[in-house]
Design a protein around this ligand. Structure first.
Ligand code: ADP
Ligand code: MG
Length: 339
């Protein structure tokens, strides 16, 4: 559906997008994930024909966005980061204007306006001034204009930024619905968001594609960092003896033993961290050795993100200045036992 080849964009000597190549298939919801300044908006602006590229190609259903922009653009509906809404108009007036600009006329224009109003559920506010609508409804109007002309691809740049939690849930539901009939690409710097909506995730950092996979596969990438840490009332020799009996085999290392206690770190590539905790617990209990504290860590997409974008200090710093940070570092740190 969309092919991006060696796309590069320089602003002066600054390279905002650096040799990006990827393919988007029809009928899925894709997420562009990356810290602020990663190059998501720049890429989307180029893909939608709003911005020129320094190098590279973008083809939409075979049409080159630079060589056949009219045909290519007809296939795309775009909600930019700052949607150009006319605040002194009502949604109906605004949609008429955008529809006409997209070449719709007469009955077809009215039919499509009714359809997108229905799809985005803005019927009850369609005759109010856009200026007086909540941010969530403004965003719906922005999505409604993207849907006019019935494009195959919908591109949404940070569609949930600035919305309250209820509005976020509503817009996510709307995006999921759109995903049943369209190819949808959205950008976000919030991991849980792309995890919740997208079937495929492209992680972009410093203008480069650093990963492209299903959210569950990205998690698997980091399963290797799953681990358990525990303190046992045992000697190093006893720990080694007991841990050798754990199936399937795991790797472990013992920290400094003091006061008759030893700190043990266990590494596992298994997703069954909890089952492993249980096994360790009963193996030690069976030998009359107490486990005094145990914590487990299960890698999630957030860890993948940090791992893959590591060293991207400037972007991370920019992100920390943003008000809406990803929801905490939600590694699943849970205390599973205390004796
Ligand atoms: P994102 O959408 O991922 O936050 P952007 O594509 O907006 O990232 O920006 C990528 C980088 O390009 C940023 O460092 C940004 O400051 C820079 N940039 C974006 N637009 C311009 C511009 N018009 N002129 C110069 N630099 C720009
Ligand atoms: Mg952006």
């Amino acid at each position: 559906m969309i092919t991006v080849e060696h796309l590069t964009k320089c602003y002066g000597d600054f390279m905002a997008v650096n040799d990006l190549s990827f393919e988007i298939d029809e009928g899925h919801v894709y997420g562009f994930l990356g810290p602020n300044g990663a190059g998501k908006s720049t890429t989307m602006n180029i893909m939608t024909g709003c911005l020129s590229a320094t190098q590279g190609h973008v083809r939409i259903d075979g049409y080159d966005i630079f060589e056949e922009p009219e045909k290519a653009k007809k296939l795309i509906g775009y909600l930019p980061e700052l949607p150009p809404l006319y605040l002194n108009e009502t949604p109906v007036e605004y949609l008429k204007f955008v529809g006409a600009a997209k070449g719709l006329k007469g009955q077809e224009l009215h039919r499509q306006i009714d359809e997108v109003i229905e799809q985005t559920k803005i019927g009850h506010v369609k005759n109010r001034l856009i200026a007086n609508l909540s941010k969530g409804y403004k965003q719906r109007v922005g999505i409604a204009q993207a849907l006019l002309g019935n494009p195959k691809v919908i591109i949404l740049d940070e569609p949930t930024v600035g919305l309250d939690p209820i509005q976020i849930i509503e817009i996510r539901d709307l995006i999921r619905q759109l995903g049943q009939t369209h190819t949808v690409i959205l950008s976000s710097h919030i991991l849980s968001e792309v995890q919740a909506i997208c079937e495929k995730v492209l992680i972009i950092a410093k203008g480069k594609l650093v990963a492209f996979d299903a959210p569950e596969n990205l998690e698997k990438l980091l399963l290797a960092s799953n681990g358990i840490t525990f303190t046992a009332e045992a000697s190093v020799e006893e720990v080694d003896e007991i841990m050798k009996g754990i199936e399937p085999e795991v790797q472990w290392e013992c920290g400094e033993a003091e006061d008759g206690m030893v700190l043990v770190r266990v590494k596992t590539e298994s997703a069954e961290v909890r089952e492993l905790c249980r096994q360790i617990f009963f193996a030690f209990a069976g030998k009359q050795r107490a486990i005094l504290e145990m914590t487990s860590k299960k890698a999630n997409l957030e860890d993948v993100f940090i791992e893959l974008t590591e060293g991207d200090a400037s972007a991370v710093q920019e992100e920390s200045e943003e008000e809406s940070l990803p929801e905490g570092k939600n590694t699943d740190e849970s205390e599973v036992s205390e004796a």
